[in-house]
Design a protein around this ligand. Structure first.
Ligand SMILES: C/C(=C\Cc1cc(O)c2ccccc2c1O)CCC[C@H](C)CCC[C@H](C)CCCC(C)C
Ligand SMILES: C[S@@+](CC[C@H](N)C(=O)[O-])C[C@H]1O[C@@H](n2cnc3c(N)ncnc32)[C@H](O)[C@@H]1O
Length: 231
């Protein structure tokens, strides 16, 4: 899929995105997002970045970690997702206020070495150039900074993989169909088929310049968190 099509897809599903994430994962996506924030090493006073922030769940968790002395930037190229993110965070009157930035993960409008930590939730599988997005992430992190990249993952075990495929085809797509978004959610399965597995992600992270990279399989291997460090 081209970047324009990915952007249009996430604009279209913005009104139902949170509702479907909650029902399809039985609320578990928030647990996985909290794990990613923990592994990003976010701490009080940090300047943090949530890349491909969508409706802003992870950015909101980062606010709790960096506190009033820190800063949180949420960056995404979908204006509709950013509208939802802004509405939700304004309703909660978060301090510090999150800075929502319309930006392409492949060409970030941030300086070199700007961030103490970063997160990316379900973004890497959707960018059109994974090596370039990892390079951009590496560029904007300070030396020594960590980033945690959460995404779906293909489990090692055959039965778990069969279950995952069944769940995507027989639960996710029909539920999305009821809301009129069949094609949008049918896109998840093929995007996962071509997404590099953990060991391949580690290689790509090293090639992008990260000195350390570890992949943690979670949720029975159906999800994964790639934790990287800039040397
Ligand atoms: C966080 C979730 C989905 C994010 C998401 C990512 C995408 O790339 C999309 C692309 C296009 C449309 C929508 C999305 C999108 O919403 C929610 C998780 C949904 C998963 C399908 C849930 C998969 C569950 C596993 C098969 C196993 C369940 C384990 C159990 C809940 C413990
Ligand atoms: C599945 S959503 C994840 C949103 C959020 N991080 C979450 O975990 O719920 C993927 C997001 O990545 C964004 N995205 C995909 N490619 C992008 C790119 N090249 N630049 C910026 N955002 C991008 C989409 O607009 C979408 O909001």
């Amino acid at each position: 899929m081209t970047a324009d099509k990915v952007q249009a897809l996430f604009n279209r599903i913005a009104p139902v995105y949170d509702q479907l994430n909650n029902s399809l994962s039985f609320g578990q996506h928030l647990v996985w997002k909290r794990m990613a924030v923990k592994w990003s090493g976010a701490k009080l006073g940090d300047t943090s970045l949530d890349l491909c922030c969508g409706s802003g769940d992870i950015a909101q968790i980062l606010v709790e970690k960096v506190g009033r002395t820190g800063q949180v930037y949420g960056a995404d190229f979908s204006v509709r997702q950013l509208d939802v993110a802004r509405d939700r965070s304004e309703r909660r009157c978060l301090k510090p206020a999150i800075r929502w930035v319309e930006a392409d993960a492949l060409n970030l409008p941030f300086s070199d070495n700007q961030f103490d930590c970063a997160t990316m939730g379900y973004g890497l599988r959707n960018v059109t150039d994974i090596p370039l997005s990892l390079k951009e992430l590496h560029r904007v992190l300070k030396p020594g900074a960590n980033a945690a990249i959460l995404d779906m993952h293909r489990p090692d075990g055959a039965w778990m993989r069969v279950f995952q495929q069944w769940y995507l085809d027989e639960v996710v797509v029909p539920m999305a169909q009821r809301l009129g978004f069949i094609e949008e959610y049918a896109y998840i399965a093929p995007s996962l088929d071509k997404f590099p597995i953990g060991s391949e992600q580690i290689k790509l992270a090293h090639q992008a310049g990260f000195s350390r990279a570890t992949h943690y399989a979670i949720a029975g291997g159906t999800m994964g968190v790639l934790v990287v460090q800039k040397g």
